[in-house]
Ligand binder design. Structure first.
Ligand code: FAD
Length: 799
């Protein structure tokens, strides 16, 4: 396989003849193509079909409804052959010709999809991606399991529009005030602002706008209007974040939801796990209540397996059932003395604390907590607030492996001691079997596991004892699925439990082995985070909605929509702006004060802090999101060049080009140009030259440095551009975009108008019309339209 076209990168060259795979001359585009009327017979994908002489393979396939991907083909223009992803196989040819530039001939045998063709298309896409310095979704948004529009809501926040910001958030996550308190914020670790100074406080920012909305005595903003009742009924088991999210979005879509909950109150681990000082329950209820405000019904004290069975729900005629019962079965440590007098179940301890049930007397006790997750830290800080004399937390890995490192620091500030890289060997007891301490062994961190975390390995001979009165084991939990045994055979047979003890559901459609039963959240993922439960809950609600609307969830197209496929991304060139403005920090109670009560310890932003913090966002979102052909091809061919800028080199991958990191040109009033996204397809240059006649663009530079831009890279203002917007319209990837417009009034001097109609021709938005009577459909709004019509009558009488 060779590079061709002389430029070596497969992109267009100065002569407009790009190319990548195979000998270029074999399939140089035909120019011009004039289809004739004589019918010829060809075989495409094993089927004999009739096509017209003079057609290219691409044209013939399009007429026959066969999809061949292309980024540079513009039906109104002669084929150009610049992108080269439209390759096909033709019997008798060694290379894979481009279909837009190859004319069909009698008896031709063509294959549009084969392993070889797919591989070649992938290669071309990889090459394009190697110099496509752009994200589809900004990295923060991509890393959030809910894919919430972070730049969008931050923009609204920066304008002080809290309601709009909250509405944007609720499109993807219905509980932004709750997540604003408890989310570990994976988005922030990928914020590009970090390359300038410090990452945006994304979580604290959505806490602020969502809180402002909860404060006002008005209905919560809806992401979109609630749809009318479909008559469908959905049973949801579990009112944790997963179940409540499903109920929220299904209610919005017009399906009625009944939420069955084992506990007396809503919220799952949000209520019975996460302590009050982090998530005040009154505030939490205000936000969760939006689900009931939308019409869902809460059915408390209803435990699946005890008070009802899935078979009952089927019998009662529910159209779909969602299981979101979380993880409530604590993992056992498997060490001697685990159940001795003085050992306490961490989850039960928190459950009782949050319900106000008396907990084992911790006042004055020396407590050892084993584990490093949310539960361990919450138990630590709760024990301190309950008056423990000393609390030691022992974790087998490092601080950086903890899901909530900030909280670990706060626990230390409040007086806890942390021992890292040690695991329990046995619980030490006295003659009466009462706990007196825990024996630990030091750990050495070995090779990384599949999640990239280094595996702890025991170091024999390093044992030590920590003396204590109470031990809380908080080493994780798994789903409690004993209810499955109480179901009839036909249901039991359709529910699969994984090796890890989780309820199995399809990763895209969240469907279990029974078509109308779905599952998501911790019960399916294992103990994770609120934001993951909400993200999967939202996707599950889409799948359920599709199913309820009669779509076949096994249809690949439907699965694709439901699963929202995402390409992975290049790391783009570092942002080098030197603006320095560190993030705003929320106020909080001092360590001493917070140790003595369960009040919420973080105060939230002030109005000015929230606006200022949001204004720091670099808004690194792509304007073409939702209509980018390259992204669609990347999803279809499952390819991006997924490596960081430092790793990118021609030695590593010969198809990798030089990453140029071109900038943006924002000098033109209507057209925004972002060269970093340009894939050198040349469509803009062709349209501008052959249709508009302005010829503002051309291929500049050679080889890897070729780029479609203006001569000498000047601003579009210095070209014959007529601002028609056709270049932006044809651009397949958002390298050329119509700029967001700020409404202005233009002064029109009607006395000078010669009614040439050029403005009407050029207007990209059809704001001006040439009708039988030439007229301005809109001009200075305060002037009566009649004047213009009168003038046109006078100057240019109509038929
Ligand atoms: P859950 O929240 O567990 O909800 C499941 C619901 O199902 C519950 O209401 C339960 O009562 C109900 N249920 C269970 N069995 C039945 C049954 N048989 N019949 C009827 N109803 C049933 N994540 C974070 O992101 N940030 C944090 O700060 C954080 N802190 C945490 C602290 C603790 C102590 C714990 C334990 C977890 C924490 N997590 C945190 C994890 C987070 O709470 C969970 O990942 C999340 O709540 C999972 O949501 P879910 O809806 O899948 O399940």
């Amino acid at each position: 396989m060779t590079f061709a076209g002389g430029n070596g990168n497969g992109k267009g060259s100065g002569s407009g003849t790009g190319g990548m795979i195979g000998a270029f001359e074999d399939y140089a585009p035909i120019w011009p193509v004039v289809p004739g009327t004589r019918k010829i017979t060809v075989t495409i994908n094993g089927r004999q079909v009739q096509a017209e002489e003079g057609q290219t393979i691409l044209q013939a396939c399009r007429v026959l409804g066969l999809e061949i991907p292309t980024l540079c083909y513009e039906p109104k223009l002669s084929p150009y052959g610049a992108c080269r992803i439209c390759v096909v196989e033709v019997e008798g040819q060694d290379s894979t010709p481009i279909s837009c530039g190859t004319q069909i001939t009698e008896g031709m045998v063509i294959t549009t999809h084969s392993e070889r063709v797919i591989e070649n298309r992938r290669l071309v896409l990889e090459l394009i991606f190697s110099d496509h310095d752009a994200y589809c979704l900004p990295p923060c948004q991509f890393k959030c399991p809910t894919r919430v529009d972070i730049p969008g809501y931050l923009k609204a926040n920066s304008e002080g529009n809290w309601e709009e910001a909250t509405r944007i958030l609720k499109r993807s996550l219905p509980f932004p005030a709750i997540l604003g308190r408890v989310c570990p914020a994976p988005c922030e670790t990928h914020c590009r602002r970090e390359e300038v100074d410090t990452a945006i406080a994304i979580r604290d920012s959505h806490r602020y706008c969502a809180d402002r909305v909860l404060e006002v005595d008005a209905p919560a903003p809806l992401p979109w209007p609630k749809e009318s009742d479909t008559g469908r009924r959905v049973a949801i088991v579990g009112s944790g974040p997963a179940g409540m999210t499903v109920a929220y979005y299904l209610q919005l879509r017009g399906h009625h939801c009944d939420v069955f909950e084992a506990d007396p109150e809503q919220g799952g681990m949000l209520r019975y796990g996460i302590p009050e000082y982090r998530l005040p329950k009154g505030w939490m209820d205000r936000e969760l209540n939006h689900v009931w405000e939308l019409g869902a019904t809460f059915k408390p004290n209803m435990r699946l397996g005890r008070d009802f069975h899935l078979a009952d729900l089927v019998e009662q005629g529910y159209d779909a059932i969602f299981i979101g019962t979380g993880c409530y079965k604590p993992n056992e440590m498997g060490i001697p003395g685990e159940f001795a007098d003085g050992t306490v179940n961490a989850l039960e301890n928190l459950y009782n604390s949050t319900r106000g049930v008396p907990v084992p007397a911790l006042r004055g006790a020396r407590v050892v907590i084993i584990g490093g997750g949310f539960t361990a830290i919450d138990c630590t800080r709760t024990s301190l607030r309950q008056g423990a004399k000393a609390v030691t937390i022992v974790y087998r890995r490092d601080l950086k492996d903890m899901p909530s490192q900030d909280e670990a620091h706060e626990a230390i500030e409040e007086g806890a001691t942390v021992i890292f890289q040690a695991a329990p060997v046995r619980i030490v007891t006295d003659a009466k079997g009462k706990v007196t301490g825990v024996e630990f062994q030091k750990m050495h961190l070995g090779a990384a596991d599949e999640k990239g975390r280094r595996r702890p390995e025991p170091m024999p001979g390093t044992e030590f004892i920590v003396e204590c009165d109470t031990v809380l084991g908080a080493i994780g939990q798994g789903p409690e699925l004993s209810w499955i045994d109480s179901e009839p055979d036909e249901i039991r047979a359709g529910l699969e439990v994984s090796r890890q003890g989780r309820l199995v559901a399809d990763a895209n459609t969240f469907r279990t082995g029974i078509p109308k039963i779905f599952a998501a959240g911790d019960v399916n993922l294992g103990a994770t985070t609120v934001v993951e439960a909400i993200g999967d809950g939202r996707r599950a609600s889409y799948a359920i909605d599709y199913w309820l609307r009669g779509h076949d969830l096994d249809d690949p197209q439907v699965r694709r929509v439901v699963s929202e496929p995402q390409p992975s991304f290049l790391t783009i060139v570092p942002f080098t702006d030197d603006v320095k403005e560190p993030k705003a920090v929320m106020g909080k109670l001092g360590a001493e004060e917070r140790r003595s009560n369960f009040e919420e310890f973080e105060h939230g932003y002030t109005h000015d802090q929230a606006m200022g913090e949001a204004a720091r966002c670099l808004q690194c979102t792509c304007e073409a999101i939702g209509h980018c052909d390259l992204r669609e091809a990347a999803i279809e061919y499952e390819t991006t060049l997924n490596m960081t800028i430092d790793e990118r080199s021609i030695q590593d991958n010969p198809y990798v080009g030089i990453n140029h990191g071109y900038g943006r040109d924002e000098t033109h009033s209507f057209i925004l140009r972002d060269y970093s996204r340009c894939i050198d397809c040349g469509r803009c240059a062709q349209v501008c030259k052959d249709i508009v006649g302005a010829g503002c663009y051309d291929f500049i530079g050679k080889g890897f440095d070729s780029l479609v831009t203006t001569a000498d890279y000047v601003s579009l203002n210095e070209t014959p551009c007529v601002s028609c917007g056709r270049c932006a319209e044809t651009c397949p990837v958002g390298a050329l975009m119509p700029r967001p417009r700020i409404l202005e009034t233009y002064q029109l001097d009607v006395s000078r108008c010669i009614f040439c109609g050029i403005c009407a021709d050029a207007c990209p938005y059809d704001a001006l019309r040439c009708g039988p009577e030439f007229e301005f459909s809109e001009y200075q709004r305060d002037l009566p339209m009649l004047d213009i019509l009168e003038m046109s009558d006078r100057e240019r009488p109509t038929r």
